[in-house]
Each structure stands twice: as structure tokens, then as C-alpha cells.
Design a protein. Structure first.
Length: 127
């Protein structure tokens, strides 16, 4: 797919097209037309996801687990994106809080709005 004029995303098909195109241009060098297109697509995709999110009102860790199930991922898949299986395990078991880096990476991987992942939740450090 080559460069096209993008507009607000209103349908699932437009969303799928935008996500596919974003995958093609996500490594575009700064200062290029493709980089500007990538930034625009990120904004449009985020807006569509925020408006059409059907994520339940649960804590960030439960949201991650739900989205992992939606995509068929396990903790090893998250560790591949984050780089540390032990830390991912601690986070998923409420033993350690999400880091900013995790929030960014999991937001992109699992299509979860960042504001959903930064919500406060309780840890089980003593157990």
C-alpha cells in the first residue's frame, strides 16, 4: 500500500487498513513523508481505539490479561517484547508495578490505551 490521504477512522475496515499501513511505515526515518504519515496514523488509530474501546473497567493487570487472551499471547510473548520474563511474571502476579517502558510496549502490542495502563492498582508484595 502506498501513501494515501488519511481521514478520521470511522469503520473497522479503515482501522485495519490504518494498522496495516502503520506496520509498513513504523520504522520510517525522521523528517520523511512516511515518518509524518506514521505519526498521523498513530494518532488516528489511537483515537479510534479510545472511542471504540470495549475494555472492561478493571485494573491494568487484568486488562493486560484479557488482551493477552484476546490475542492468544502468553507471558513469554510479553517477555519477548519487554525483554525480561522474570519482571513480566512479577507484574502479572501483582508483585511489581508496571514500568513506563512496559506501559508503552504493552500498550502498542496489546492495543490498550496508555491511560488504561497508568491507573492505580494494588500490589501483593507481602504474599
Amino acid at each position: 500500500m502506498s501513501y494515501q490521504n488519511w481521514f478520521l477512522i470511522e469503520t473497522d475496515q479503515e482501522y485495519e487498513n490504518a494498522v496495516a499501513r502503520y506496520s509498513e511505515v513504523k520504522h520510517a526515518p525522521k523528517g520523511t513523508i512516511k515518518h509524518k504519515e506514521k505519526l498521523l496514523l498513530a494518532h488516528l488509530i489511537s483515537e479510534f481505539e479510545n472511542q471504540n474501546s470495549d475494555l472492561p473497567d478493571v485494573d491494568p493487570i487484568e486488562t493486560i490479561k484479557i488482551r493477552m487472551e484476546d490475542f492468544g499471547y502468553n507471558s513469554t510473548d510479553l517477555a519477548k517484547v519487554y525483554g525480561d520474563k522474570g519482571t513480566v511474571s512479577k507484574v502479572l502476579n501483582y508483585k511489581q508495578a508496571l514500568s513506563i517502558t512496559m506501559i508503552r510496549k504493552f500498550s502498542e502490542l496489546l492495543h490498550i490505551p496508555v491511560d488504561t495502563l497508568v491507573k492505580k492498582y494494588d500490589l501483593n508484595i507481602g504474599s
